[in-house]
Design a protein around this ligand. Structure first.
Ligand code: 6GU
Length: 245
């Protein structure tokens, strides 16, 4: 997979050299290119923003540097999908992460200030699919941290990036059995720590009982923390009993 990121703060992306993604890059499984938007600003001060038409607070990113940047990074014809992080986007979910992991090429346009001139997105849509996405209902100072979040969620789904393929299918929100459930608690050695024992069932070797216990824990945790998700799960009699207790 190829990833291009256009930003006025390339230094934000140093973490992409670290951990599983860093290893995947060194193996050549993920090809990441970070571009400084100011390279496409041609005045003396390399200006990328200006005051908003119609008035109001803050600054808007100018269309010309963005137009040139996207023409240079994504020359036609291309198979790239453009992802624009913005708090006014559609929610970024595990389902979207799975879709992105199947793409050959993702390009991220990081806005700062009050956002990017809307004509940049309209113009890009004539050449490639464009998604405006939000990572949650809060406002960040710019798209950079959102791109780090999206890149991590997508890259850990790529074949060979995560160590253990099973850990992806057991995740909270993993498509399938965990689709709308939060994962329950997990434990490792020692069996007793500061007087607290690991639940007996996990030491029993009874794999059926362990799977049932884990599902019960996931159901109860979801009901407590994210009650709006419970209705998205097909529930059988045993599930209803676990939720009633
Ligand atoms: Cl994707 N960008 C910005 N700037 N703020 C956000 C966001 C994205 N998602 C939530 N808040």
């Amino acid at each position: 997979m190829r990833l291009d990121i256009v930003t006025i703060f390339p230094e934000y992306f140093a973490p992409l050299d670290v951990s599983l993604l860093g290893k995947a890059r060194r193996r050549g499984d993920v090809d990441v290119h970070v571009h400084d938007l100011r390279g496409w600003a041609h005045d003396r001060h390399r200006t990328v923003d200006d005051t908003p038409y119609g008035g109001g607070p803050g600054m808007v990113m100018k269309p010309e540097p963005w137009g040139e940047a996207l023409d240079a990074v994504v020359p036609p014809p291309s198979s790239a999908r453009l992802v624009v992080p913005t708090p006014s986007g559609r929610p970024f979910t595990q389902e979207l992460a799975v879709e992105y992991a199947a793409e050959p090429w993702l390009v991220f346009a990081c806005g700062r200030y009050e956002g990017i001139d809307a004509r940049v997105i309209e113009d890009a849509r004539e050449r490639m699919p464009v998604d405006e996405v939000s990572i949650g209902d809060y406002v960040l100072a710019g798209g950079e941290v959102a791109v780090l979040v999206i890149v991590e969620a997508v890259s850990r789904l790529l074949p060979g990036v995560l160590g253990n393929a099973d850990s992806v299918t057991d995740d909270s929100f993993a498509p399938g059995r965990m689709e709308a459930l939060l994962e329950g608690p997990v434990y490792t050695k020692p069996a007793t720590w500061r007087g607290r024992d690991v639940p007996d069932v996990l030491m029993s070797g009874n794999h059926g009982a362990i799977a049932r216990w884990r599902r019960d824990q996931a159901l109860r945790r979801t009901a407590a923390r994210r009650p709006e998700l419970i209705g998205r799960n097909p529930l059988d009699e045993a599930d209803r009993r676990a939720l009633a207790e």
